[in-house]
Every structure is written in structure tokens, then in C-alpha cells.
Design a protein around this ligand. Structure first.
Ligand SMILES: [Zn+2]
Ligand SMILES: [Zn+2]
Length: 280
């Protein structure tokens, strides 16, 4: 029997490797597997970035005439090579459960493109993310917005866009880092307080719960509170996923014991087996 008293860590459902366009030189799928085994997480999902820069018919970004993000480094995930690397790791590390996957940026704006890739790749784990929001006619990185408006206004615009992602896209199963810009919250704005955004958080959580999907606790972001996870329960949320959002192998499973304690304090427990999400 697997207990929930900290002896078994949850799966790490959010890890990046050298296949992500923003990965540093040190990123390595092989070394991430070794770290997962060393850290004691039972499984790992390689959710490399699937970001689009060129629209196709049926993508709302074109219909709304929004300019894509101008990151020159950004390039499309090479799905065939990526899947081959996952398969190699499965052969090499039979004691580790390895899930294929992707973290899709702004999937509601790129619906046709995203569905085409996901259908062809057959990913095990798909994360939905907002990293950039439409501002001034272009998709603008969340961190750039802090230079344009008050910090609380950045968060409110971001939260609004996350609601649109959840309501308009069904291509993903887990909502990643629901308050991503909090990572860049300016010191001058004072301490970040989840409670001052309670209505906005609840709107996201309600939409996510209504579609029966899963909330991620991201351990790269400042950790969400047990109070926020109680809001998740109150609006009907039933499952939690853990993600290190590692872009370097040493971060796989990082802060998972602490995160598991917070999730447990909100009433969630290890699921059907050690590879499952944590559930009520
Ligand atoms: Zn992300
Ligand atoms: Zn990520």
C-alpha cells in the first residue's frame, strides 16, 4: 500500500528537455530521467514547449489579427525526434514511468495548429499555458506587460486570458502555472497577495472544474497556498497535478515534498496508484 504521508512523492508532470526551444545547454532528457530516479518521483512527463509562430486556417490569432510573439529563438517542437528520444529513455530506464507530452502556449489562439500536432503525436500528457497575452495588437510576453501598466492590472488581464484559454480550448488536460506573471511580480508593488485576486482565481478554477480538468501546482512559481487549493475544492475541482517546470535536470522533483504537504493540507491525497494525479 502506498501511503500519503510523504513516503512517496507525486509524479513530475511538467519537465522540459533539450527539445524545448528555450532550454539551456544543460537540459538533457537522459539526465532528467536519472534525476527523477534519484529524487524518488515515480514518473516524469516530458512536456516540451509547443509554441506556434505561424498561423494556419482556423487559428483565432489570424482572425483577430494579432501579431505572434517575435521571439527569434522560438521554433516548433520537432515531434518525431522528440518522440524517438522519449522511446530511447523508456528502453534505458525501465524502472521509471515516462510520459510523452507537451506544454502548449495560448492554445485557444492556435486551436487548429494545436489540434493537428496533438492528434498526430498522441501525447500522454498535455498542459495548457498562457505565457503571453494580446496587447496593443500583438501577443505580448507577460513579463513585458509590467512596464506598461500597474502590476495588479497585469495580473487581472492575465487571469482574464486564462479564463478564455480554459473556456475556448479542450486540447489540454492540465492547466499549468495559473498565475504565471506572479514570478515576475515587481518588488515595488509590495508582497503578492492571492486573496486580493480571489474573484479572478475563482473564475479560472470554476471554468477548469466545470470541464473536469486538473489544476497544476507548479514548484518553479512561488508555491500556491493551501487556501487557493481550498478554493479549487469549493468550486468543484477534484484533481491536482504536480510540476517542477524544470528546464535543467537538477530541478526535476524540486520542492515536491513541500508542495505535497500544501496539497495534502487542502485535503487532496495520492490517487488510484502512485502514477495518478492527487485527488480528493
Ligand atoms: Zn510555462
Ligand atoms: Zn513549462
Amino acid at each position: 500500500m502506498i501511503g500519503h504521508n510523504g513516503s512517496v512523492l507525486p509524479p513530475d508532470n511538467h519537465v522540459h528537455t533539450e527539445w524545448s526551444w528555450d532550454a539551456p545547454a544543460a537540459a538533457s532528457m537522459v539526465r532528467s530521467c536519472e534525476q527523477a530516479l534519484a529524487a524518488g518521483v515515480p514518473s516524469v512527463a516530458f512536456t516540451d514547449h509547443l509554441d506556434f509562430t505561424v498561423w494556419t486556417d482556423g487559428d483565432r490569432i489570424a482572425e483577430e489579427n494579432i501579431a505572434p510573439r517575435p521571439y527569434s529563438r522560438m521554433h516548433l517542437l520537432e515531434v518525431t525526434g522528440y518522440l524517438a528520444a522519449v522511446e530511447e529513455c523508456r528502453q534505458r530506464y525501465p524502472d521509471l514511468r515516462i510520459l510523452s507530452g507537451a506544454e502548449i502556449g495560448e492554445a485557444h489562439l492556435w486551436a487548429a495548429s494545436a489540434h493537428a500536432v496533438v492528434a498526430a503525436a498522441g501525447f500522454d500528457r498535455v498542459l495548457g499555458s498562457v505565457h503571453a497575452i494580446p496587447f496593443d495588437g500583438r501577443l505580448t510576453a507577460a513579463d513585458d506587460l509590467f512596464g506598461h501598466m500597474p502590476a495588479d492590472e497585469v495580473m487581472r488581464r492575465y487571469f482574464g486570458e486564462v479564463v478564455r484559454l480554459v473556456e475556448d480550448s479542450d486540447v489540454f488536460q492540465v492547466l499549468a502555472h495559473l498565475d504565471f506573471p506572479r514570478r515576475m511580480w515587481p518588488r515595488a508593488a509590495g508582497p503578492y497577495d492571492e486573496r486580493s485576486f480571489e474573484p479572478e482565481y475563482r473564475a479560472i478554477l470554476r471554468a477548469l472544474a466545470a470541464s473536469g480538468r486538473v489544476l497544476e501546482v507548479n514548484t518553479k512559481s512561488p508555491l500556491v497556498s493551501a487556501g487557493l487549493l481550498r478554493w479549487w475544492r469549493e468550486v468543484g475541482g477534484r484533481a491536482v497535478s504536480f510540476g517542477s517546470d524544470a528546464h535543467q535536470p537538477w530541478r526535476v522533483g524540486d520542492k515536491f515534498k513541500l508542495a505535497a504537504d500544501v496539497v495534502e493540507a487542502a485535503g487532496f491525497r495520492a490517487g488510484r496508484d502512485r502514477f495518478d494525479f492527487w485527488r480528493l
